[in-house]
Write a protein of this length. Structure first.
Lengths: 420, 411
C-alpha cells in the first residue's frame, strides 16, 4: 500500500474554499490563492470594456496594499519566496517559506482580497515594465507560432488569447478599469486557497479573521467561465504555412480530440496516448532522430483543461513536411494496429513511479492539487488510484477520440526574409 | 586520487525520506575541447551493448520504475563537469537492481559502444547535426548568445570564457575519432567526486569509492583579478526588440576569504531579494526594466548584473546602477536588510532537506573548490555576518566590463 507524505482536509472559511495539506515530512511550507480570472475572462461577457492583458496587469499591481506598503517587502521579512502568475483561466499568488508565521497568510489574503486604489503614476510606471516584459517575449521566435497554432486549432474558443495582452491593449488600461476588474473578480467566492504546512490548522486559523474586515461585498456572484464547446466541424487534414523569425523552419503537428469536454481521467489518458505513440520509448522518435528530421528541440505537449484540449509535437527541422508526413503515417498505422499491451503497461508503471516522486516536491504539489481539486479529485491517493485504474482496453477505445483523422492539424513556419 | 574516506561524501537522509540520491562528478578545467565532451555525452546516452537503439534503452529505464539516471555535462565557472545523478526509491529497489543500473552507467560512460576508437557512426553523425542546431538556437537567443560574446570580451585569457557548445565550425570539422579521444582523455584526467545521500550498502559505497579513486588530482589555475581600471564598454546592434545590458564586476574575495559569507549576503541585498536594491530602484521606482538580477558565478571572483531595458534609457540605467552600488552606506534599515538577506540564504539552505540534490550540489562545490567551510560552518558563518562586513564588500568590487546589445524596439 503506497503511503503519501501528507493528508488533506477541505473546508470553507468566510466563503473561501480552503484545502489543507498537512505534512510533517517537509521543511518547506507553501500556500497559494487562485483567483478564477485570466485571459479567457477578458471579454465583455465578464468585464465591461475589457482590455486584453488586464488580469496580468492586475496581478502586477495588487502587490501594493491599500496602505501603500509593498507586499514583496513584507513577505521578505519572513524569507518567503513569493510570486504570481496569470494564465488563461486563473491568476495564482503563491509563497514558499520554511519559517511559518501566521502573518504570511494574512498578507497573502490582503494581497488578493483587500480593496485597492490604483494610482495613475503607478499604472503608467507598470505599463513601462510590462511593455519591457513584452519586448523580451516578442524576441522569442516561438511566441507567434503558439498564437498561430491555437487559432488554427480552436474556432469558437479563444484559447489563443495570451494573458500578457498586446501593446495597444496594455496602453489602454486605466486605474478605473483595474478597479472594476478587481472588484468583479478578486473575491473569496471566485477563488480558492491551498495551504501546505508542517504546522497544525490552529496555527493558521487566526489569519482568516482579516477576511471579515477586508471583504466588503457579501452579495458577490461568482463568474463561471462558460465556454461554447468547440464543434468538430472539420474533416480531414489541415496544413497551414506561415513564417518565423528564425533561420530554421519550425513545425507543429497534432490533434484536437473529439468531444472537447475532459475529465481528469481523460487528461491522463490523453497524456498516456501521446507518450506511448510518439514519446522517447518509440521507434517513431528514433527514426526521426536517425534521419536528422528532429533534434533536442522536439517537444510533445498535451495542452488541455475541462472544455478544450489539443496535443501536438513541435520542433525545429530542415524538413518539416517530412515530419508531418511521418506523423500522419504513424497515425494511420496505429489506427490499424492499436496500442500493444506491453507498451501500455510500461507507461502506466512509469507514470505511477513519477506520481510517487512528485508527491515529494513540496513546492510543486500545491499546483497539482489545485488542478486536481478543480476536477473533483479529492486527494493524491485518489490521483494515484485513477492512474492505476486505467486499462489497456480503455486506452485503445480512446485512440480514435484522441487522435481522430478528421482533426489532424499541421503548421509549417518558414524563416522570414530577415532570418533566411 | 584516493579518497581518504567516503564518510565525508555520504550524508544521511531526513527521517522518513524514501529516496536515496547519488551524484558522481567528473571534472576538469574548461578548454576549447569542451564541446567534444558535451557531444560525446549525447552519444553515450543513446545506447549500450545490449540496448543498441535509444528507444530500447529508454524502455529499459522506464522498466526500472523506482530508479532514475541523469547524465549531464555542465559548465560551472571555469570547470567542465560530467555529472551522473541517481535517484533511487528505497522500497522498490533492492541492491541487485541498483547494481544493474550502476554497471550499465559505467558501461555507458567508459565503453558506450565505443569500439576501435569510434562511436557508432550513425549516432555520431546524428548528434553532430543536433549539436550544430543547438548552437544555431543559441545564436538566435539574444540573452544566451550575447552573454557568450560578453564572456569572451571580459575573460579573454581565462578558461571561463569557453562555451560548452563550442562553435559551429568546430563541430562541423570534428571527427568521430577525435571526439572519442577527447572524451577518453577527459575521463582519465578528471577529478572524480562521489556524493551520496540516504541509504547505501557497504558494497555500493565501496563501488563509488573505487570509481573515485581512479580519478586525478584537480588542476587549478589561479587567475588574479586585474587591478581596477576604467571599465571597458562594448556596444553591438542586434535585430532583437529588447536591449540587454551585461555588467561584469570583478572582486578579490575567493572562497576562503574572511568576507566570503558577507559577499553572499551582499549579493542577496543587491540583486536577489524580492525587494533587492536593483529590483526596488531600477524596476519598481524608475521603471527602467522588467528583468534585472545579480549573480555570483561558481568559483570565479566576479559578479554579473544582467538587465533588459529600452535603449533610450541606457544612460539613465547605467547612472542608476552606479548609484545603486554606492547606496549601501545610505540604505535605510540596514539591520533589516541584513537580517532579511541572511534569512533568505538560510531558508534556501533549509529547503535542501526537501530537495537533497541541491544539498549534494552544494557539497560538490565544496569538494571541487577544496573550500575550507562545510555545510554547518557555512550556515554559522552566514549567521555571523555583520553589516560592516557587507559594506566592506563595496571596497572590494569594481566594474570591469559593460556590454550593451542594442535592440530595435519596434512596436
Amino acid at each position: 500500500m503506497i503511503q503519501f507524505p501528507f493528508t488533506i482536509e477541505r473546508e470553507q472559511i468566510h466563503d473561501l474554499p480552503v484545502t489543507w495539506v498537512f505534512s510533517r515530512q517537509f521543511v518547506t511550507n507553501s500556500m497559494m490563492i487562485t483567483v478564477n480570472a485570466g485571459s479567457l475572462y477578458e471579454s465583455n461577457d465578464f468585464l465591461p470594456k475589457a482590455e486584453e492583458g488586464i488580469f496580468h496587469f492586475l496581478e502586477h499591481q495588487v502587490f501594493t496594499l491599500h496602505s501603500g506598503k509593498d507586499v514583496m517587502e513584507m513577505m521578505n521579512a519572513y524569507a518567503s519566496n513569493t510570486n504570481a502568475l496569470t494564465s488563461r483561466e486563473k491568476t495564482c499568488f503563491y509563497a514558499h517559506f520554511v519559517r511559518p508565521d501566521v502573518e504570511i497568510l494574512r498578507i497573502l489574503l490582503r494581497l488578493v482580497f483587500e480593496t485597492k486604489d490604483f494610482s495613475k503614476d503607478r499604472v503608467e510606471k507598470e505599463k513601462k515594465i510590462i511593455l519591457n516584459e513584452m519586448l523580451g517575449i516578442m524576441d522569442d521566435p516561438l511566441f507567434a507560432s503558439f498564437e498561430l497554432w491555437n487559432k488554427l486549432v480552436y474556432q469558437n474558443y479563444p484559447a489563443w488569447r495570451l494573458p500578457i495582452g498586446t501593446v495597444r491593449s496594455v496602453n489602454q488600461i486605466t486605474p478605473e478599469k483595474l478597479k472594476i476588474a478587481h472588484e468583479l473578480f478578486y473575491h473569496p467566492k471566485q477563488s480558492d486557497l491551498i495551504v501546505m504546512t508542517n504546522h497544525p490548522k490552529s496555527f493558521w486559523l487566526p489569519a482568516f479573521d482579516i477576511l471579515s474586515t477586508i471583504v466588503q461585498d457579501q452579495e458577490f456572484q461568482p463568474k463561471k467561465l462558460a465556454i461554447p464547446q468547440d464543434p468538430d466541424i472539420r474533416s480531414g487534414k489541415i496544413l497551414r504555412h506561415s513564417t518565423i523569425h528564425f533561420p530554421i523552419p519550425y513545425f507543429m503537428t497534432g490533434w484536437k480530440p473529439l468531444n472537447q469536454v475532459f475529465s481528469y481521467r481523460d487528461g491522463i489518458i490523453g497524456e498516456m496516448i501521446s507518450q506511448i505513440l510518439f514519446g522517447i520509448t518509440t521507434k517513431f522518435q528514433d527514426a526521426l532522430y536517425a534521419t536528422s528530421l528532429i533534434d533536442d528541440s522536439f517537444s510533445l505537449d498535451w495542452d488541455w483543461d475541462k472544455r478544450f484540449g489539443c496535443w501536438y509535437m513541435a520542433g525545429f527541422s530542415y524538413h518539416p513536411e517530412k515530419v508531418i508526413d511521418a506523423a500522419e503515417k504513424e497515425m494511420k498505422r496505429r489506427h490499424k494496429i492499436g496500442i500493444r499491451k506491453n507498451e501500455f503497461a510500461l507507461h502506466q508503471q512509469y507514470t505511477l513511479a513519477n506520481n510517487y516522486r512528485e508527491a515529494y516536491h513540496p513546492k510543486e504539489i500545491i499546483f497539482q492539487l489545485q488542478t486536481l481539486h478543480r476536477f473533483g479529485i479529492q486527494g493524491w491517493d485518489e490521483y494515484y488510484q485513477l492512474i492505476q485504474s486505467i486499462t489497456w482496453e480503455e486506452i485503445n477505445e480512446n485512440l480514435s477520440r484522441f487522435m481522430p483523422e478528421s482533426q489532424f492539424i499541421a503548421a509549417i513556419l518558414l524563416p522570414d526574409s530577415d532570418s533566411a | 586520487m584516493k579518497l581518504s574516506s567516503m564518510k565525508d561524501f555520504h550524508f544521511p537522509a531526513a527521517k522518513d525520506y524514501p529516496f536515496s540520491h547519488a551524484i558522481f562528478s567528473f571534472g576538469t578545467l574548461m578548454d576549447s575541447n569542451a564541446y567534444a565532451v558535451y557531444l560525446a555525452s549525447k552519444i553515450l546516452n543513446k545506447s549500450t551493448k545490449k540496448y543498441t537503439k535509444p528507444y530500447q534503452l529508454n524502455r529499459y529505464f522506464y522498466q526500472l520504475a523506482g530508479l532514475e539516471l541523469d547524465m549531464l555535462v555542465v559548465k560551472w565557472g571555469d570547470r567542465l563537469l560530467l555529472n551522473v545523478e541517481f535517484t533511487l526509491f528505497n522500497q522498490a529497489v533492492n541492491e541487485r537492481k541498483r547494481f544493474k543500473l550502476y554497471e550499465l552507467t559505467k558501461e555507458m560512460l567508459f565503453e558506450g559502444q565505443y569500439w576501435g576508437g569510434l562511436y557508432p557512426p550513425l549516432y555520431f553523425e546524428e548528434e553532430k547535426v543536433n549539436h550544430q542546431k543547438e548552437i544555431e538556437m543559441m545564436l538566435n537567443n539574444p540573452i544566451d548568445w550575447h552573454f557568450q560574446l560578453f564572456m569572451e570580451k571580459m575573460f579573454s585569457n581565462d578558461p571561463f570564457r569557453f562555451s560548452l557548445l563550442g562553435t559551429k565550425e568546430q563541430v562541423q570539422n570534428c571527427t568521430n575519432r577525435e571526439v572519442g579521444k577527447i572524451h577518453k582523455e577527459f575521463l582519465e584526467k578528471s577529478q572524480r567526486i562521489p556524493l551520496l545521500y540516504g541509504v547505501f550498502s557497504d558494497k555500493e559505497i565501496a563501488f563509488f569509492q573505487d570509481l573515485a579513486d581512479k580519478g586525478r588530482e584537480p588542476t587549478f589555475l589561479h587567475h588574479v583579478s586585474p587591478a581596477p581600471t576604467v571599465p571597458v564598454t562594448y556596444e553591438e546592434e542586434t535585430h532583437y526588440q529588447q536591449t540587454w545590458v551585461f555588467l561584469g564586476y570583478r572582486h578579490d574575495i575567493h572562497q576562503n576569504h574572511r568576507l566570503y559569507p558577507a559577499l553572499h549576503v551582499y549579493n542577496q541585498i543587491l540583486g536577489k531579494l524580492p525587494a533587492s536594491i536593483l529590483y526596488t530602484r531600477l524596476r519598481e521606482k524608475s521603471g527602467l526594466c522588467y528583468n534585472i538580477g545579480s549573480s555570483l558565478p561558481f568559483g570565479k571572483e566576479v559578479l554579473f548584473v544582467i538587465a533588459g531595458i529600452t535603449y533610450q534609457d541606457k544612460d539613465i540605467f547605467l547612472r542608476e546602477m552606479e548609484k545603486a552600488l554606492l547606496s549601501f552606506s545610505d540604505l535605510d534599515k540596514k539591520q533589516t536588510f541584513l537580517r532579511l538577506a541572511k534569512n533568505r540564504i538560510l531558508s534556501n539552505v533549509q529547503e535542501w532537506q526537501d530537495y537533497p540534490l541541491s544539498r549534494l550540489s552544494f557539497e560538490l562545490e565544496i569538494a571541487i573548490k577544496k573550500a575550507s567551510y562545510t555545510y554547518q560552518s557555512y550556515i554559522q558563518a552566514i549567521e555571523e555576518v555583520t553589516w560592516e562586513e557587507v559594506e566592506e564588500i563595496t571596497q572590494h568590487i569594481w566594474l570591469d566590463t559593460i556590454y550593451i546589445c542594442k535592440g530595435s524596439q519596434k512596436e
